[in-house]
Design a protein around this ligand. Structure first.
Ligand SMILES: Nc1[nH]c(=O)nc2c1ncn2[C@H]1C[C@H](O)[C@@H](COP(=O)(O)OP(=O)(O)OP(=O)(O)O)O1
Length: 184
């Protein structure tokens, strides 16, 4: 079983979305996604993230992976735990993933060998170019909800070539209370 993280940086963007020429600004949220260039899920969009290193907490991992993949400096204390997802392959737990979101970061996203970053309006997330399970949980996470889920795949390794067969989801769970991954 591999322990991993995903981090979804969010920003508000003011656009003039009001009726013709009324000048009223309306906010549109954008999420920083990456087009992953290698590893599991290469070629698909996801949040920055990856595997925990020895001795690292999930929160530390999310900060490090976001820095390494897109050069964004995320404030660990402001990372909000948004999800705990279990990916099961052929009846065996394959990956446990800690999901975070944040509005607190510094720097400009830049491409690396692992990832090409892109700010995308939350209503335009390309679910057809992501893992098959993402459309089930990511919209709620981007709206500010918390989720615990189990997603079952079948068909042998690698996980990103297996078939997504079914899932269980629980919304608005108290993740900080259940987890050993608390704010530092
Ligand atoms: N079904 C799924 N849906 C999803 O959205 N993300 C998934 C997923 N299964 C795995 N992931 C993500 C979680 C994690 O961020 C990433 C793990 O991929 P890898 O094992 O390739 O790690 P990376 O190569 O990115 O990490 P490092 O090797 O530590 O840099 O894939």
């Amino acid at each position: 079983m591999t322990e991993t993280t995903l981090c979804f940086p969010l920003r508000s963007r003011d656009v003039d979305g009001g009726a013709a020429g009324d000048g009223e600004p309306t906010g549109t949220d954008e999420v920083l996604l990456i087009e992953k260039r290698r590893g599991l899920g290469a070629g698909w969009y996801n949040g920055p993230g990856g595997k925990l290193e020895a001795g690292e907490t999930p929160r530390e991992c999310a900060v490090r992976e976001t820095r390494e993949e897109v050069g964004l400096e995320v404030d660990p204390a402001a990372l909000e735990k948004a999800g705990e997802l279990e990916f099961v392959l052929d009846g065996t737990e394959h990956t446990f993933c800690h999901v975070y979101r944040t509005r607190s970061f510094a720097g400009e996203p830049t491409a690396s060998e692992e990832a090409r970053p892109e700010w995308i309006p939350v209503g335009e997330v390309p679910y057809d170019r992501m893992w098959d399970d993402d459309y089930l949980w990511l919209p709620g996470v981007l709206e500010g909800r918390t989720v615990a889920g189990e997603f079952r795949f079948e068909g042998g390794t690698p996980l990103d070539e297996a078939d997504f067969v079914d899932h269980d989801l629980e919304w608005d769970v108290d993740l900080e209370a259940n987890s050993d991954d608390r704010n530092p």
